[in-house]
Unconditional design. Structure first.
Length: 115
């Protein structure tokens, strides 16, 4: 299984951006979006269960980011609104089974937010 992440770019503070992760649709899978910012540990931002669409958000993005899935397109999205310079980093999507750890990763996509 391969995950393909895309949608990164350079935006200004307050702008929006949508990331896509293709290939993440499997029964009982959970797909997460992570961020690796300079000098910081990789952080789980949000995840969604493929079956029920149950979501989780880190406090740092709650209310600004929305994770969703499109079953027909086998894709998980991360809609990012009201972006801030601290959102800058490399964004990765990853998947795991409901009882496992994240062991399937996509390549990163760079997001840069200028002030």
């Amino acid at each position: 299984v391969q995950l393909q992440a895309s949608g990164g770019g350079l935006v200004q503070a307050g702008d929006s951006l949508r990331l896509s992760c293709v290939g993440s649709g499997r029964t009982n899978w959970i797909t997460g979006w992570f961020r690796q910012s300079p000098g910081k540990e990789r952080e789980l931002l949000a995840h969604i269960t493929w079956n029920l669409g149950t979501t989780y958000y880190a406090d740092s993005v709650k209310g600004r980011f929305t994770i969703s899935r499109d079953r027909a397109k086998n894709t998980v999205y991360l809609q990012m609104n009201d972006m801030k310079p601290q959102d800058t980093g490399i964004y990765y999507c990853a998947a795991r089974s409901s009882a496992g750890s994240y062991n399937t990763w996509g390549q990163g996509t760079q997001v840069t937010v200028s002030s």
